[in-house]
Design a protein around this ligand. Structure first.
Ligand SMILES: NC(=O)c1ccc[n+]([C@@H]2O[C@H](COP(=O)([O-])OP(=O)(O)OC[C@H]3O[C@@H](n4cnc5c(N)ncnc54)[C@H](O)[C@@H]3O)[C@@H](O)[C@H]2O)c1
Length: 390
């Protein structure tokens, strides 16, 4: 039954893709001159930016043109690994290169809006790392700039393209879960507070702590799997139990929080969201807890006809999915084993298709903005101690 469902789904997906391509070609939306040339890309930021380079390097229709970053040693190392011909320190120098068509922006969160808007103005298509922005005002300005300059703006919500998440998506679309009325999404770490003094723990540079850093991924997976319901109300709380004491850094490392290295964000957030579909979502994100988690994320979906648990322990890909049904009145658990697929490649393949030949923009900047709106409402709810209507 499951094999039939997968085969049917693949056929359906191909048909939809073929149909969309025909429509685009007829309406002249496909940019035929560009599609015969390689897409020249630049990557700004050499941390997670290395994952972007690894994915671009696998695509024959892409030519990697440049990498920018302030950390010279890392930039040099990453550029050597991916044979990047040109490096810059300042992102503005990379954006000034006229024949770079598209950029990945992999910078601290405070730079997402200004650098994205500068890149769009310079005529580049943009793939921005998550979260879209620190707040809703910045996010809206980014979408407006993409519309004004007629360029692609997509967001690297990469985990939705993991093989297991895609399998669950197809299973839901087959109708196997019926109506999903409750979901739980979490990313919980036992000990993984980023370095004190780094931008990650600075409220102004990051926009928040684990909720905007990790929670955005599982919020995205949950909303994507549930078919993008809109949030109606949010009630959330945040805590900072360990960060201000310098406890629970990576691998249990202790740090010293002081005036020069302050800890300004939460280390745990929990939220309860009412959705316009009538369903509810429980959201949890932490960098540090006394709890069973290592560095674990997942989404559990409860439907009228079945349930699914996706649980990824320590970034593994094995044994991550369980499916629950009653078969002939007997509770039955299934353990499907989807292929291991890494998410950044999935996002970057789609970004390149969108920028190169006018393929669909998914994950869209609008998805990214909805995630930021909900996260901002969580922070507001926590600060004001009350439920917030969106
Ligand atoms: N999708 C994911 O799984 C994932 C994972 C990690 C980080 N991220 C996101 O990626 C972004 C970057 O995170 P990171 O972990 O790589 O951070 P990082 O601090 O490790 O790296 C940031 C990079 O930006 C460069 N940079 C900073 N200011 C610059 C400037 N003015 N001009 C040019 N370069 C500049 C730094 O030199 C560095 O190379 C963040 O938004 C983060 O949320 C996403």
């Amino acid at each position: 039954m499951i094999r039939n469902f997968v085969a049917n789904h693949q056929q359906k997906t191909l048909k939809v893709w073929y149909h969309q391509r025909q429509k685009m070609t007829r309406s002249g939306k496909e940019s035929s001159p560009m599609s015969s040339q390689k897409l020249r890309v630049g990557v700004i930021g050499a941390g997670i930016g290395a994952f972007h380079l690894a994915a671009y390097a696998r695509l024959p229709q892409v030519e990697i043109a440049a990498l920018a970053g302030l950390d010279d040693d890392r930039v040099r190392r990453v550029a050597t690994e991916y044979q990047v011909p040109t490096t810059y320190r300042e992102y503005g120098d990379l954006l000034a290169v006229p024949d770079i068509d598209a950029v990945s922006i992999c910078l601290p969160n405070a730079l997402h809006a200004p650098v994205t808007i500068a890149a769009l103005r310079a005529g580049k298509h943009v793939l921005i790392e998550k979260p879209l922005a620190r707040n809703v005002v910045e996010g809206r300005a980014m979408l407006a700039a993409a519309a004004a300059h007629g360029r692609v703006l997509m967001i690297a919500l990469n985990h939705r393209y993991r093989g297991d998440v895609q399998w669950v998506k197809r299973y839901i679309e087959s109708g196997a879960l019926g109506t999903i009325y409750y979901a739980k999404a979490h990313w919980m770490r036992r000990s993984g507070i980023p370095q004190l003094g780094s931008w990650f723990v600075n409220k102004d540079l990051a926009g928040g702590g684990p909720l905007i850093d990790l929670g955005v991924h599982v919020l995205d997976i949950a909303m994507y799997l549930m078919g993008e319901p809109l949030a109606r109300t949010v009630s959330a709380s945040t805590y900072a139990e360990f960060g201000p004491r310098g406890l629970k850094g990576w691998a249990g490392r202790q740090q010293t929080a002081d005036a020069r290295h302050p800890y300004e964000v939460e280390d745990l957030a929990t939220g309860f969201v009412r959705l316009d579909s009538g369903a509810t979502l429980l959201l949890e994100a932490s960098w540090a807890t006394h709890g069973p988690a290592g560095d674990d994320f997942g989404v559990t979906l409860y439907g009228s006809e079945g349930g699914v648990e996706l649980l990824v322990r320590n970034y593994t890909h094995e044994n991550t999915v369980r499916v629950f049904h009653d078969i002939h009145d007997v509770p039955t658990d299934l353990a499907p084993r989807p292929a291991k697929v890494e998410g950044h490649l999935g996002v970057i393949e789609r970004f390149v298709a969108a920028a190169h030949t006018g393929g669909p923009q998914e994950p869209s900047a609008a998805d990214g903005l909805r995630r930021v709106e909900l996260i901002a409402a969580c922070y507001r709810s926590a600060a004001e101690g009350r439920e917030i209507a969106l």
